[in-house]
Design a protein around this ligand. Structure first.
Ligand SMILES: Nc1ncnc2c1ncn2[C@@H]1O[C@H](COP(=O)(O)OP(=O)(O)OP(=O)(O)O)[C@@H](O)[C@H]1O
Ligand SMILES: O=P(O)(O)OC[C@H]1O[C@H](OP(=O)(O)OP(=O)(O)O)[C@H](O)[C@@H]1O
Ligand SMILES: [Mg+2]
Length: 281
């Protein structure tokens, strides 16, 4: 199985990190190398531009690909989306000069809109029934309304800083995007693809969970069980030659602070909190 992965830019590092956490360590991948093996002899990585990944998958050069939903939509290809990988979150928005007269999408009729996403932009205006002139640029889109190249833009925003420093205001949201695992429709039932989906889901499931370990007097066990909602309840082990037990449990990250305090109150000691790499349910 070949997985197409962004070769550079902001999506490269988190994607490689995700593969590592999913147990697919990338071997002999070096800077500028365009393919790499993994610890799994059946899995190869192809490094491609984020924007080209839908094309690689559609053509069958790779069975699956990891890239932003925005890139997928822009490609116009119909691939199957298997997992939302929950990073690279951003919004594609219609934006116009703060002090100008474009304050709704209707105001863009007959005007010029610059974007790196012409396909997405044209689809959006078609759906809204607005006739706007879409011009394609390849970067620094935020500049175009200030040099009379465009009246408005459709561009990516996440923190909003770039729009703000360029005195642009959001008029409408066009698309909410994050990085997804996409597959060619012919391979979605392939066992290797299913394994990959399980591995990625296990990384996501572990992300907001923590593993708790502690010692406790045996006679406090009932109280401890009450405090630990746990995934299927805590694991309890005898501590040799002692009237104590070791208790292990998986807890939601957001509950850890409260749970640790409650555990101490009911007599637990030596409480360890660790991250979980993967959680296969
Ligand atoms: N500011 C951002 N915040 C979050 N995600 C973003 C942001 N900008 C882009 N993305 C996501 O990353 C994808 C890749 O962006 P892009 O191709 O621009 O790469 P890059 O990291 O900016 O590198 P370069 O533009 O130098 O090639 C976008 O399609 C989008 O899904
Ligand atoms: O809302 P913000 O957090 O400011 O992010 C938005 C900016 O991020 C992206 O640019 P990027 O940094 O990728 O530069 P690029 O234009 O070279 O791709 C995007 O094209 C916006 O310009
Ligand atoms: Mg960019």
């Amino acid at each position: 199985m070949r997985i197409a992965v962004p070769n550079k830019g902001r999506l490269h590092d988190p994607t490689v990190e995700l593969l590592e956490r999913a147990g697919l360590h990338v071997k002999n991948g070096a800077d500028r190398k365009l393919y790499a093996d993994t610890v799994d002899p059946d899995v190869t990585i192809l490094f491609a531009r984020a924007a080209d990944i839908p094309e690689y998958v559609r053509d069958g050069a790779a069975e699956v690909g990891i890239t932003g939903l925005d890139q997928m939509r822009e490609s116009g290809h119909e691939l199957d989306e298997l997992v939302d990988l929950e990073f690279g979150s951003c919004r594609l928005v219609l934006a116009a000069p703060e002090d100008g007269d474009i304050t709704s999408v209707e105001d863009v009729a007959g005007k010029t809109v610059a974007t790196e996403f012409p396909t997405v932009a044209r689809d959006y205006f078609a759906k809204k029934g607005i006739d706007a002139d879409v011009v394609e640029v390849t970067g620094a889109t935020e500049l175009t309304p200030h040099v009379e190249m465009a009246d408005a833009i459709i561009d990516i925003t996440s923190t909003g800083t770039t729009l703000r420093v360029n005195r642009l205001a959001i008029v409408d949201e066009v698309l909410e995007s994050s990085v997804r695992l996409f597959a060619h429709p012919d391979v979605v039932d392939d066992p290797k693809v299913e394994q990959l989906v399980t591995a990625f889901r296990s990384v996501l499931a572990a992300e907001d969970k923590r593993y708790l370990m502690m010692n406790a007097p045996r006679d406090r066990l009932d109280d401890i069980r009450e405090v630990l909602p746990g995934l299927g309840g805590p694991t309890v082990m005898d501590v040799a030659g002692d009237d104590a037990v070791a208790v292990h449990a998986v807890v939601d990250e957001r509950h850890v602070f409260e749970v640790v305090n409650d555990l101490k109150d009911v007599g637990a000691s030596g409480i360890l909190v660790t991250e979980i790499e993967r959680l296969v349910e």
